[in-house]
Design a protein around this ligand. Structure first.
Ligand SMILES: [Zn+2]
Length: 376
């Protein structure tokens, strides 16, 4: 739900790393929290020392989260699964892997690689801290990060979707049942159970009069895990429904076109007349762009008559294309990530049709209905 959005930080192993906006407040918050910890543990340090180290440790912690995600990604890449992005958001990191693994063992290894990377990093920080006294700055920061990385690894091993432990559980259930969907259901139920337990724990903590921040934090994490567990299962269901379908199966072969020299008012007449909202724009009978109602939205009503389609359209170079053989599930993900509703379909350099989000949702809905009929 956060993948591939936000500020691009750079690329590692060819994978773009993004900072989602929800991540920004966590750096100063962690810096404050860590500075407080340092000041309590090392009263002889100055305030500046506490703050600088708090901030540094906070950044190192997020570097550690990236390292954890790179652990998953490196194994996924080894199995030739595409890793689309790594995104840092408020609760940590997420590596978006383009395709589900083919075998339970692959899933198991990809899932376990993250916590393994965190434990490895914990050992590395311990090794760096070893020669320094615990009261020194290097010693304090490194042993603290060793502890945090070990915690990160442990928390992720909790056996509920969407945590790594949930994926490990799914891999085991998958190997046992040979049914990916049932295995996902098991991991999702386990995730939801753990989420409810966390929420309950938070409520109990609040009732028993413990610090309200801790109680609220538990409820918040529980609620987040609950939503994520439900969403992961829904995603798997949608992917399964679209399995085996490509752009060519879902596209409409009708290609409404319109000339670039016409005005936006003419375009809107055409939309009203035909009920089609997306047109390919032609100039001298060549494709030059695409126009949808979306492109007209930010142009004032009074300018529609004297603004050409050419001026408002999405130029050819910025159109998101799909190949005729591209799998449907991937197209839906791309539409969500780029916030596009229609994509022209190309075969051998020729536009052969148009896929729309609407048409895809209709197919998903119909197929799910038929499945339910078949099972009842
Ligand atoms: Zn992980």
């Amino acid at each position: 739900m956060f993948s591939g959005s936000g500020l691009k930080l750079g690329r590692v192993l060819g994978i773009p790393i993004y900072l989602n906006w929800t991540w920004y407040p966590t750096v100063p918050l962690f810096a404050v929290w860590l500075a407080e910890q340092f000041s309590a543990a090392h009263p002889h340090w100055t305030l500046t020392q506490d703050w600088v180290l708090g901030f540094l440790a906070s950044l190192l912690l997020f570097g550690s989260v990236i390292f954890h995600e790179l652990g998953h990604s490196a194994v996924a890449l080894r199995y030739k699964l595409p890793v689309l992005s790594i995104t840092l958001f408020v609760f940590g990191g997420m590596a978006a892997i383009g395709r589900d693994p083919d075998r339970p063992l692959q899933e198991f290894n990809i899932a376990i690689a993250g916590p393994a990377a965190s434990f490895l990093l914990a050992l590395a920080f311990l090794a760096v801290a070893a020669p320094f006294p615990a009261s020194s700055m290097v010693g304090a920061v490194c042993s603290y990060l060793a502890e945090l990385n070990a915690l990160l690894g442990l928390f992720n091993l909790v056996p509920g979707f969407p945590l790594d432990g949930g994926r490990v559980l799914r891999a085991i259930a998958w190997a046992k049942t040979k049914d990916f969907r049932r295995a996902t259901q098991v991991a999702s139920w386990s995730g939801q159970t753990i989420a409810y337990l966390l929420i309950l724990l938070g409520v109990v903590a609040a009732v028993e009069g413990q610090a309200w921040e801790n109680a609220l934090w538990l409820v918040f994490i529980g609620w987040f895990l609950l939503a994520a567990a439900q969403q992961s299962y829904a995603q798997v269901a949608v992917k399964r429904v679209l399995d085996g379908l490509s752009a060519a199966d879902l596209m409409s072969a009708e290609l409404p076109t319109i000339d670039r020299s016409l005005s936006l008012e003419d375009y809107l007449h055409e939309v009203l007349r035909t009920g089609r909202r997306c047109h390919l724009v032609l100039g001298n009978n060549e494709l030059v762009g695409m126009i949808t109602l979306h492109n007209v939205r930010h142009i004032p009503r009074e300018d529609w008559a004297n603004t050409s389609i050419q001026a408002a359209m999405l130029p050819k170079s910025r159109i998101e294309w799909v190949g005729a053989d591209e799998p449907a599930a991937g197209i839906l993900t791309r539409m969500q990530e780029t916030d596009v509703n229609q994509m022209p379909v190309l075969r051998d350099g020729q536009v052969v049709g148009m896929v729309s989000r609407e048409a895809m949702l209709r197919v998903i809905q119909t197929r799910l209905q038929i499945e339910r009929l078949a099972h009842s």
